[in-house]
Design a protein around this ligand. Structure first.
Ligand code: C2O
Length: 467
């Protein structure tokens, strides 16, 4: 019998890994690969594992629904069942444990699948949407969840049919050295964009892990974290108490308190990735149609109650509704400087009380925020200096709603990345925040048709904050 490509990869990787880690001497590392490289037989194993998970009753921690609820759904929590209280609805978002918690979650999930599919070679594949922003075919075809457990019928229909892909993905976050800032920026783009634009279960934190797409998405997020670590970022991981944090999980061998310190090297967890050279998005571009910008001169004023540090909120724009038309909200530079912007090292856009107005549709879009350093220039259709701030969609709003459950109020905080901060320092008399809808695009990058008049979000207050 000849050696399959996978055996070869395994051998290769254990040979290389043996040089660097003693653990590899004991057991070869499992190699997680891009989903496009899986053979039909390997995809069958993936499908068989999910099918098995779905046959188990919800009380079984290995079942599909139990595992989905570990990530997200609190609706079915029975207060008498303390087990559920401990193990469900545990995912960490906009917290310094976004990456660590999800790493452990995938590891135990993959282990369950490996056991149920009865194939000790199975590793979770990843979807590299920076290379191909269209949903990989195995998750779309056959388009029938009985025949294909990787298919889910409530995703955005264009996306699920392979007619449209995610737009606006950006990997600038990889250049951030500070761990917390890297993690937060990365959590919004690309992570949140993929959730919100996929639509359906994926677009809400409570239901996201009911869609198999979740796992190939997060496998890629985990891989990008690994890329960031290997380019030197690992040195910026915080120390205690961050490292000592423990999360409750079930592993196939029993209950487990999974510790952050043990998750910082994938080799210690027994796996690696086939490639650690993570592709970057080549450039950040405004879609062409953003040129049909509407300008709004809304009053900015001093916010009544500045938030507690670290952010000091200096300017506030009252309630504002966003629809599918791109909007520029103009800010006077003098006013910004006077209010406290003059000595700022860091600047953030903070959105309070954001409400989705698009109803429970199937998602498929996110709202992008950009900074135009000179409002006069964009009025003349010169968009050269416009720099991305970040983006959010229904996924972030669902995270925010959950956050509000525990902490009262909460807000979306977007720190200006280096490029936008630089643009701001070169600002004209007036700069502008540009808001525009970023939705699914076809293979040529053209947006799928949408109703520009449909109201998308109401933002209770937009504030500029400094440190
Ligand atoms: Cu906890 Cu992408 O979600």
């Amino acid at each position: 019998m000849g050696m399959s490509r996978r055996d070869f990869t395994l051998l290769m990787s254990s040979a290389t890994a043996a040089l660097v880690t003693p653990r590899a001497l004991a057991a070869p590392l499992r190699v997680r690969r891009g989903i496009q490289t899986l053979s039909p037989a390997e995809l069958d194993v993936f499908r068989a594992g999910i099918r098995e998970m779905k046959t188990l009753p919800i009380e079984d921690f290995r079942s599909w629904t139990y595992q989905a609820n570990v990530h997200g759904d609190g609706a079915r929590i029975d207060p008498a069942a303390t087990d559920f209280l401990t193990y469900w609805k545990q995912c960490k978002h906009h917290s310094p444990h976004f990456l660590t918690w999800h790493r452990w979650y995938l590891l135990f999930w993959e282990e369950i699948l490996r056991q149920l599919a009865d194939d000790c070679h199975f590793t979770l594949p990843y979807w590299d949407y920076i290379v191909d922003n269209f949903l990989p075919e195995p998750l779309r075809l056959p388009a029938d969840s009985a025949a294909n457990p990787l298919y889910r019928n409530n995703r955005n229909p264009d996306f699920n049919a392979g007619l449209a892909g995610i737009s606006g993905l950006n990997t600038d976050a990889l250049d951030i050295v500070d761990f917390g800032m890297f993690s937060d920026a990365f959590e919004s783009n690309p992570h949140g964009l993929v959730h919100s634009q996929s639509g359906g279960s994926m677009a809400d934190v409570d239901s996201a892990a009911r869609d198999p797409e979740f796992f190939i998405h997060h496998c890629n997020i985990d891989r990008y974290w690994e890329c960031w670590i290997r380019q030197g970022g690992g040195r910026a991981h915080p120390g205690s108490p961050w490292r000592d944090e423990k999360f409750p999980f079930h592993s196939v061998t029993g209950r487990r308190e999974a510790m952050v310190a043990d998750a910082l090297r994938t080799e210690d967890l027994g796996y690696t990735y086939d490639t650690m050279s993570c592709s970057r998005s080549v450039s950040w571009m405004l879609p062409d149609w953003v040129r049909e910008l509407q300008f709004e001169r809304l009053p900015w004023r001093k916010p009544p109650q500045p938030d507690p540090p670290p952010w000091v909120e200096i300017l506030e724009m009252p309630q504002h509704t966003i629809d599918g038309k791109p909007t520029a909200v103009v800010v006077s530079r003098a006013e910004f400087l006077r209010a406290g912007g003059a000595n700022a090292r860091r600047v953030a856009v903070i959105l309070h009380d954001v409400v989705s107005l698009s109803g429970k549709d199937t998602g498929g879009f996110s709202l992008e925020i950009a900074l135009a350093p000179d409002a006069k220039r964009i009025a003349m259709n010169d968009f050269r200096d416009v720099a991305p701030v970040n983006a959010f969609g229904s996924f972030e709003l669902s995270v925010l709603a959950r956050h509000a459950e525990h902490h009262g109020s909460s807000a979306l905080v977007f720190e200006l990345p280096a490029r936008a901060l630089k643009a701001l320092s070169a600002a004209g008399d007036e700069f502008a925040l540009v808001f525009f809808r970023r939705g699914l695009v076809d293979r040529e990058g053209r947006p799928r048709p949408f109703d520009a008049k449909q109201p998308l979000f109401r933002i209770g207050a937009t504030r500029l904050a400094v440190q």
